[in-house]
Design a protein around this ligand. Structure first.
Ligand code: GP9
Ligand code: MN
Length: 726
C-alpha cells in the first residue's frame, strides 16, 4: 500500500503525471456535472457507461498536447491553461443549463443577449453552494503552491512518447464514437438532440460538432440575398392552389388540435390482425373517425420525411416547407432561421395561443429552440408530467395515456382559441417494450420479426389513447369548438422489414416490390370538424407538405400570403405530385417513381420500356417535384424568410421561456379576469382534470373473450441498439 502511494507521489512529480492528474480532475468534474447539473436522460447501463468514459479521450487529447512543449514553465502553464479552459467550459454549461435546460452552442454565444442572460449578471443568482465542488482542486492547488509542495519536472517529455499519447487519445476517441454509434446509429449525421451528443461524446466533442454545423449553415446563409427570393416567390405564386369555396373558412375561429400519430401508417386503418383465427381490429376508434361524416379523411396522403423523421414531419406540418436532404432541419436551422410557422401565423391572424405536449425531453430534435422560432407560447415536455419509470415509459418518453392525462391541467388554462399539438410516442420503434402491466392484451402478430409483431399492439394503444382524449373533448365541450387534425408522421415498419409484413397484408414476400414499399409510405391524415355533416374520404394525392395550406384555408386564412410550397388538398387546383425527399422519387395518381424504378400507380405494373409520351409525362412530374424541393431548400438553407416582408412581424423568441409555463398561463388568466377564455375560466374556475378517463386495455376488454388470448406476453428487446433509420 505504502509502495503504491510512494510511486503515485513520484508519478505526480513527472510531467505525464501532472497531465494525468489534470485529466483525472476534469473527468471527475465532468461526471459531477453529468449527474448533478445536466439532465442527460440516460437510460440503462450502456448509456451511463458511455457518459462515464467520454470525458477521458478528449481531455487526454487536449491536455496531453502540452507534452510536446519542452520549456518547463511553459509546459506547466500551458497544460494548466488547457485544463482551465475545459473546466470553464464545463462550468459555464452547468450554469447555463440551469436557466435554459440546454448546452451552450455557437449560435447562443453569438446571440449575445441570451448568453448574457445565461452567463452574465443573472448567472450569479444561479450559483449553488454545491458549486464549490467545482473549485475544490483550485483550493488544493493553491495550498500546495503556497506550501511549495509542487515540484516541477524539468525533464522534457520525449517527443515520441508525446505522439504515443496523442495517438492513444485519438484511438480512445474513435472507440468512444464507435460505441456511441452502436447505442444510437447515425448519431452525428442525424443530430437528434444536443443532449444525445453530450451524453455520448462529451462537451468538447459537442462543441466541435456544433461549430461544424454552424459553419456550414452560416456559409449557405451568408451567400444568400434578397434576390434569391425572386425565383422562390415566382414558384410559389405559380403553384398556388386557390381555396375551394365549399371549405374556405368553415373552421374559422375554432381551436386547432393537432395529434401527431407516431409511426402510424395508413395500412393500419380498417385493418384487422388475424391471430389464431380471431380478427382483432387494430384501430377501431381511428377507423370510426376515418368513416365519420364530420371528417375530411384522406386515403392517398404520404409522408415525405427523410433522416429528420419526426422533426421533418413537424417542419412540414408547421411551415409547409421540407426538411433537409441531410440531417434534420430543426436541429441545424430550427433554432436560428427566421420562420413563419402555424403558431405565429395564427397568433397574428386570430389571436391564437399555442402549446406543444410531448412526453420526451424538450431538447430532442432541438424542439426547445425551434418551437420558440415557431412562436409557440408553451412547450410542455416530460418535465411537466409524471416522473418516468420503467413501467410507464420507454426510451422515447412517457406512455401516451399518461401524457394525455397529465396535459389536461395545462390545456384547460390555455386562452381560446388555441393551437395545441400533441406528439404521441408510445407507438414508436421498437414497439411493445413500453406497454406492460394493464396495457398488455392486444395480441402480437406472429411473424419472424419482433418489431412487426409488436406494432399492432402499440398502434392499438395509441388508438385507445386518442379515443380517451376525444371523450374528454366531448365531455368538456371543447370538441364542438375545435378542429382536430390527426396525421401519421412516417412509416413504423421500415422497407427492410416489409417483406416480413407482406403476408399480413395479403401480399407475397417473394414478389414484394419497391412499388409496394412506396405505397406503404401512406400515413393517415384526417381533419375532424365536429358538426360538419359532409365529411368523406378524399382520394386526392398529397403529403405532409400540403397540410398547412389546407388548414389555413379551412380557417379562412389565405395561404398565398406566405412562403409555403405545399398546396391545399381540398383545392381543385391541386397538382397531386407528391415529392419525396430522395431525388427523382415522386408519387402521382398515374405514375410512381421510387427507388430508381417506374410504376403505374394504380396497378403497380413496372414500366421498363416507356414510350415517348410516358417519358415526357414522367419527366414533367420529376421536374415538378424537383422544383418544389428546390424552392423549399432555397428558403431553408438561405434563411430567406428574413428578407420576406408580408407584414408578419418577426417572432421575438425572448418572450418565450418553457420553464414555468403553468405559472405563465395562470398569470394571464388572472390578468384577464372574467375576460379569460380558458376552459377553466369558462367552467366556473373548476378544473376539468377528472373528466379525462383513459381505461387500460384490461379495463376496456375485461368482459370480452378476444382479450383473454394467451399469446399476449410482451416482447422485450434487451439490446440497446436499434436498426439504422428507426
Ligand atoms: C421523440 C420522438 C421520436 O421525441 O418524437 O422521433 P423519431 O425517432 O420518430 O424521429
Ligand atoms: Mn416519429
Amino acid at each position: 500500500m505504502n509502495k503504491l502511494l510512494n510511486s503515485l507521489k513520484k508519478g505526480l512529480k513527472t510531467r505525464l503525471g501532472f497531465v494525468l492528474l489534470l485529466v483525472g480532475i476534469y473527468w471527475l468534474k465532468s461526471i459531477w456535472a453529468y449527474y448533478i447539473d445536466f439532465d442527460l436522460d440516460m437510460k440503462g447501463f450502456y448509456q451511463n457507461m458511455l457518459a462515464f468514459i467520454n470525458p477521458i479521450p478528449f481531455g487526454l487529447l487536449l491536455i496531453g498536447a502540452s507534452l510536446y512543449i519542452r520549456k518547463t514553465k511553459v509546459f506547466y502553464g500551458f497544460a494548466f491553461a488547457i485544463y482551465f479552459i475545459l473546466f470553464s467550459w464545463l462550468f459555464s454549461n452547468a450554469i447555463y443549463y440551469r436557466e435554459f435546460s440546454d448546452f451552450i452552442t455557437i449560435s447562443t454565444m453569438m446571440a449575445t443577449s441570451s448568453v448574457s442572460a445565461g452567463l452574465g449578471e443573472a448567472a450569479l443568482k444561479l450559483f449553488r453552494i454545491w458549486d464549490l465542488v467545482y473549485l475544490l482542486d483550485f483550493i488544493i492547488f493553491g495550498v500546495l503552491l503556497v506550501k511549495k509542495m509542487v515540484v516541477l519536472d524539468k525533464k522534457a517529455f520525449p517527443i515520441r512518447q508525446s505522439f504515443a499519447i496523442t495517438a492513444l487519445s485519438v484511438m480512445l476517441a474513435s472507440a468512444n464514437l464507435f460505441l456511441a454509434e452502436i447505442d444510437r446509429p447515425e448519431l452525428l449525421s442525424r443530430g437528434f438532440s444536443n443532449t444525445y451528443i453530450v451524453r455520448a461524446l462529451g462537451l468538447p466533442a459537442f462543441l466541435g460538432y456544433n461549430a461544424n454545423q454552424t459553419y456550414k449553415a452560416h456559409q449557405d446563409r451568408s451567400g444568400a440575398t434578397a434576390e434569391d427570393l425572386v425565383p422562390v416567390q415566382e414558384y410559389i405564386s405559380e403553384h398556388y392552389a386557390a381555396p375551394n369555396d365549399q371549405y374556405f373558412g368553415i373552421a374559422k375561429g375554432r381551436n386547432v388540435i393537432y395529434i401527431h400519430l407516431e409511426s402510424l401508417q395508413q395500412f393500419v386503418i380498417d385493418y384487422k390482425l388475424n391471430v389464431d383465427g380471431v380478427d382483432y381490429e387494430v384501430t377501431p376508434f381511428l377507423n370510426s373517425l376515418y368513416h365519420s361524416s364530420s371528417t375530411l379523411a384522406f386515403s392517398n396522403f404520404f409522408n415525405q420525411v427523410k433522416a429528420g423523421k419526426t422533426s421533418d414531419a413537424e417542419t412540414m406540418i408547421e411551415t409547409s416547407l421540407f426538411g433537409l436532404n441531410q440531417g434534420s432541419f430543426m436541429v441545424q436551422y430550427g433554432g436560428t432561421n427566421t420562420q413563419q410557422a402555424a403558431p405565429h401565423i395564427l397568433a397574428q391572424n386570430g389571436g391564437y395561443s399555442s402549446a406543444v405536449f410531448h412526453g420526451n425531453a424538450g431538447s430532442f430534435w432541438n424542439r426547445n429552440n425551434t418551437y420558440k422560432q415557431w412562436g409557440y407560447n408553451y412547450f410542455f415536455d416530460q418535465s411537466y408530467f409524471t416522473e418516468q419509470t420503467d413501467e410507464n415509459s420507454f426510451q422515447y418518453g412517457l406512455n401516451d395515456k399518461i401524457m394525455l392525462a397529465d396535459s389536461i391541467e395545462y390545456l384547460e388554462h390555455m386562452q381560446q382559441p388555441f393551437y395545441a399539438k400533441y406528439i404521441t410516442v408510445s407507438n414508436h420503434y421498437p414497439y411493445t417494450t413500453s406497454l406492460i402491466g394493464d396495457e398488455i392484451g392486444f395480441p402480437l402478430a406472429q411473424t419472424d420479426d419482433e418489431t412487426i409483431n409488436g406494432y399492432f399492439a402499440t398502434a392499438n394503444y395509441l388508438d385507445s389513447s386518442i379515443e380517451a382524449f376525444f371523450n374528454y373533448l366531448k365531455a368538456t365541450g371543447l370538441y364542438e369548438k375545435s378542429v382536430i387534425v390527426l396525421y401519421g408522421d412516417h412509416y413504423g415498419i421500415s422497407n427492410s422489414r416489409n417483406p416480413d409484413l407482406a403476408p399480413l397484408i395479403g401480399k407475397d414476400s417473394e414478389t414484394w416490390s419497391d412499388y409496394d414499399n412506396a405505397m406503404l409510405q401512406r400515413v393517415p391524415y384526417m381533419v375532424v370538424i365536429p358538426g360538419m355533416t359532409t365529411g368523406k374520404i378524399i382520394d386526392t394525392y398529397g403529403g405532409e407538405i400540403d397540410a398547412l395550406p389546407t388548414l389555413e384555408h379551412l380557417l379562412g386564412i389565405e395561404a398565398n400570403n406566405f412562403l409555403q410550397v405545399g398546396q391545399d388538398l381540398l383545392s381543385p387546383e391541386n397538382d397531386q405530385v407528391v415529392a419525396m425527399r430522395t431525388s427523382g422519387t415522386f408519387i402521382s395518381p398515374k405514375y410512381t417513381s421510387y427507388a430508381g424504378k417506374l410504376y403505374y400507380t394504380e396497378t403497380g405494373e413496372e414500366i421498363t420500356n416507356p414510350d415517348e409520351t410516358t417519358i415526357a409525362e414522367v419527366e414533367a412530374l420529376k421536374a415538378a417535384a424537383a422544383a418544389q424541393l428546390a424552392a423549399s431548400d432555397a428558403i431553408q438553407t438561405g434563411d430567406l424568410i428574413r428578407f420576406f416582408d408580408n407584414g408578419l412581424p418577426t417572432v421575438d423568441t425572448s418572450q418565450f421561456s418553457y420553464l414555468n409555463s403553468l405559472e405563465a398561463e395562470l398569470a394571464i388568466e388572472k390578468a384577464l379576469g372574467n375576460q379569460s377564455t380558458s376552459l377553466y375560466s369558462q367552467n366556473g374556475n373548476q378544473s376539468t382534470v377528472n373528466l379525462f378517463k383513459a381505461p387500460s386495455y384490461q379495463e376496456l376488454h375485461s368482459s370480452t373473450s378476444a382479450s383473454s388470448s394467451t399469446s399476449t406476453s410482451t416482447s422485450t428487446t434487451t439490446s440497446t441498439s436499434s436498426t439504422s433509420g428507426e
